[in-house]
Every structure is written in C-alpha cells, then in structure tokens.
Design a binder for this molecule. Structure first.
Ligand code: TYD
Length: 202
C-alpha cells in the first residue's frame, strides 16, 4: 500500500532543506520512496502550477484550482499500486492555511478535504513552525520565487494561526505534528526521522 506523509510550513521555514535531507536518508537506507509537490507534482500539473502561483485569481477560485490540481494528482498516485512512501511537499493543509481567509472559506476547504479518499490522507503531516524573527532573518538573503511568496509574506500571522488551528482538526487518522523550525536543519531532521520510526513508516 502507498503511504503518504506531507510537509507543511511557511516560505523560509526550511521545508525544502528537510525534503532534501529526507531524500538522502531514504536513498542511504534503501527506503522506497517517491517525492511530489503541490501545486504540480506531475508534468501537466506543473504547467498549471506556473499559472496558479502567478495569478490574480479570487480566493474562491484559488481554492477550487488547488483542489482540482490535487484531485488529479491523487488519482494518478492511487493508480500506482507500489509499496512506497510518498512525500508531499505541501498538501491540503496549505490550502487551509493560505486560502482560509474567513470562516466561509474554511468551511468550503474542510468539505473539499472530506472528499479525499481515506487512503490518500497522510499518515503524518509535519508542520514546520517558524517565528517571524527567524523568517525575516532568512528572507534577507533570498529573492521571491513567485508572486504568491510576496503576497503571502504580509499575511504571516493569519497563515500561522491557520496552521495552528489544524492541530485541533481531526482528519482521518493522520497525525499532525508541529515542529519547531527555528532550530538547526540537522536537529529538525533527526526529530522527523524519530517520528517516522515511531509511527513505523520507515
Ligand atoms: P513554492 O515556490 O512551492 O513555495 P514553497 O517553496 O514555500 O513551497 O510556491 C508555492 C506557493 O503556493 C506558496 O506560496 C504556497 C502556495 N500554496 C497555496 O497558497 N495554497 C495551496 O494549497 C498550495 C499547495 C500552495
């Protein structure tokens, strides 16, 4: 059976670094895995990704675009009956955190999440929680990758609040684990590996 884990967090939370460390660890330890990202992940959806993350779409349209892309990705993955661990760089929690602007948006997002088949719900989601001070320090040395990075940087508090709300939301049996991302990449990596071992995923 294909098992899914997902990584979440604000830009500059060190998510990409952790994804790369996981890739190396899985190769070194012969763990069969596959990595994908959202939005995108597969050829056709990568084209749509470029359009979405640079768009001026309304928030409601964005919710639907993200979920349309997501359902397509899930359907492709569900067809692959390999015994692999799938690592998602962002998943439905990102839509809740970023596009969950008001209660009505959140309601829509929750009902769309409920349409995801339970076999495509992650076993574990790691939320890399960064504070604003660390974010500003890291931001100095980087340029914006897309329009979204720039827009959402000003909404840090709201997005962080939404990521924290997800701690209380029950989505199937998945575990939502908040990780203090203000620490060194190696320590964070060790913590992620220890959770994955405890959950018998590796
Ligand atoms: P990306 O360059 O992948 O950012 P990061 O490296 O931080 O993952 O751009 C993805 C952008 O899309 C990012 O700003 C978050 C945003 N996003 C949403 O707003 N909602 C979503 O559901 C997803 C999956 C991403």
């Amino acid at each position: 059976m294909t098992k899914i884990i997902s990584l979440e967090g604000f830009e500059y939370s060190g998510k990409s670094t952790q994804i790369n460390l996981l890739k190396k660890y899985f190769i070194k330890n012969n763990i069969k895995s596959e990595f994908t990202r959202e939005p995108g992940g597969i050829k056709d959806l990568e084209k749509i990704r470029k359009v979405i993350v640079n768009s001026n779409f309304t928030n409601k349209s964005l919710i639907l675009f993200f979920f349309a892309s997501r359902f397509e990705l899930i359907s492709k993955i569900e067809k692959i009956k390999q015994n692999k661990l799938y690592v998602f760089d962002r998943y439905f929690d990102s839509t809740y955190a970023y596009q969950g602007i008001n209660q009505n948006d959140k309601k829509i997002i929750k009902s769309l999440i409920s349409l995801i088949d339970k076999k495509s719900i992650p076993e574990v989601t790691f939320y890399l929680d960064i504070d604003q001070k660390s974010l500003m320090e890291r931001k100095k040395s980087r340029v914006f990758q897309n329009k979204f990075d720039e827009i959402y940087l000003n909404q840090f508090k709201r997005i962080k609040k939404n990521y924290n709300e997800l701690l209380k939301l029950k989505i199937g049996k998945r575990k939502y684990i908040k990780i203090n991302a203000n620490r060194s990449p190696d320590i964070i990596h060790q913590e992620i590996i220890s959770h994955l071992t405890k959950c018998k995923l590796i």
